[in-house]
Design a binder for this molecule. Structure first.
Ligand SMILES: Cc1ncc(COP(=O)(O)O)c(C=O)c1O
Length: 384
């Protein structure tokens, strides 16, 4: 049994993928080729947003957002600690300061009350300027965007939706990009919408921001708006107006993603069916099974339960050849790199508790019912 079976998906669309890859190889347009533009159009349409700008990975997508807003030393960026390190690690790239916020015990997503308390605390201390909030759609389900947006509006903060694990999720039929100034995603292969390498994107309603990020991803190249003002008629990448980076998406990855997008809605339904089956079986039988926010649709990047004896359960599953993973055993604020950003002691109790008990079970659209049964039976048979 695979924890995530990427080959099952490949078998479903193998001829289409092979044709797309061949077409790109024959075209010779290997970086930012026409498929990249087409993918950006389709990603924006998927979210009902005006713009999508692709980039090299989901980490760069976050960094590009912070660069566009010119974050600098002394600026505070509020984010959860219970997420992949990338969410917070980009903040010190800009010299800014990650301020860690606790999560809700049932959804593992940012706790709006903890966010507001952190913003008030930072404002009262007066050492840092509250600037940006990064909410994460952890394990595939949307954060509480209406509450988080309201806090951002109250304190004049920008909002990023780090939807690397949740691209495709909705809350009241709306996408995270409906609330966030910028939504970022990752196309890392194991993500619900993954490619065959690294890739990422930002989605935004803001045309000026999309144009600026398009410039920052190619060394701060001149944008069409800049060019009109400057009368510059050469290749835009040879006039650099701002410090940017190289974060282009390969055309091959875009071509692969275009094929995967065609089956993405169906795959989300298939993931939902697996999740519903797990949830029905685990009701009242585990320390905690996932709960999705009211009105939310998860894309089930992970299906995570909790167990008092998590290590015992993991060993018990392994003995039956059932793979499982711990996301995340060490919250970001306890990682060595984050030592200097340590939050006040005891301010992240839910995060610290979750990291000791969570266990992710096999989850992907093509998980056969027999395998689902094996996972369910093994979890329920564990008496650790
Ligand atoms: C929540 C979250 N944010 C950001 C990232 C970074 O994405 P990437 O690996 O494409 O840089 C990841 C993925 O690993 C993630 O899970």
């Amino acid at each position: 049994m695979q924890f995530i079976d990427l080959q099952a998906q490949r078998r479903r669309i193998e001829p289409e993928i092979n044709r797309a890859v061949r077409r790109v190889i024959e075209s010779g347009k290997y970086v930012l080729g026409p498929e990249v533009g087409e993918l950006e159009k389709q990603l924006a349409a998927w979210c009902g947003a005006r713009h999508a700008v692709s980039c090299a990975n989901g980490t760069d997508a976050l960094a590009l957002a912070l660069m566009a807003w010119q974050l600098k030393p002394g600026d505070a960026v509020f984010c959860p600690s219970f997420t992949f390190v990338a969410t917070a690690q980009v903040v010190p790239w800009l010299g800014a300061w990650p301020v860690f916020v606790d999560i809700l015990p049932e959804t593992y997503n940012m706790d709006p009350a903890s966010l507001e308390a952190a913003v008030e605390r930072v404002a009262a201390e007066g050492k840092l300027k509250p600037k940006v909030v990064i909410a994460v759609d952890l394990f595939g389900q949307p954060a509480d965007y209406p509450a988080i947006r309201a806090i951002c509006d109250k304190y004049g903060l920008k909002l990023i939706a780090d939807t690397a694990q949740g691209f495709g999720c909705t809350l009241n039929d709306k996408h995270p990009s409906d609330w966030a100034d910028i939504a970022t995603t990752s196309f890392f292969p194991a993500k619900p919408l993954g490619c065959y390498g690294d890739g990422g994107a930002i989605v935004t309603q803001d045309s000026a921001l999309a144009e600026l990020i398009g410039s920052l991803r190619v060394y701060g190249k001149v944008t069409p708006t800049d060019a009109a003002e400057r009368n510059f008629h050469h290749d835009p990448k040879y006039l650099s107006l701002r410090v940017g980076m190289n974060s282009r998406l390969d055309t091959l990855q875009a071509a692969i993603l275009l094929e995967k997008l065609k089956i993405f809605a169906d795959e989300i339904e298939m993931r939902e069916a697996v999740a519903q089956r797990y949830t029905a079986a685990f009701a009242g039988r585990t320390r905690r099974a996932p709960k999705v926010i009211a009105g939310g649709r998860s894309v089930w990047a992970q299906y995570v339960i909790e167990c008092d004896n998590r290590d015992g359960l993991q060993a018990h599953l392994a003995a039956s050849a059932i793979p499982s993973m711990v996301y995340y055993p060490v919250p970001i604020h306890q990682q060595d790199f984050a030592a200097r950003f340590a939050p006040p002691a005891g301010s992240l109790p839910v995060t610290e508790e979750a990291s000791c008990h969570v266990l992710a079970l096999p989850m992907h659209p093509y998980l056969p019912p027999d395998d689902q049964d094996r996972v369910i039976d093994a979890v329920l048979a564990f008496n650790g």
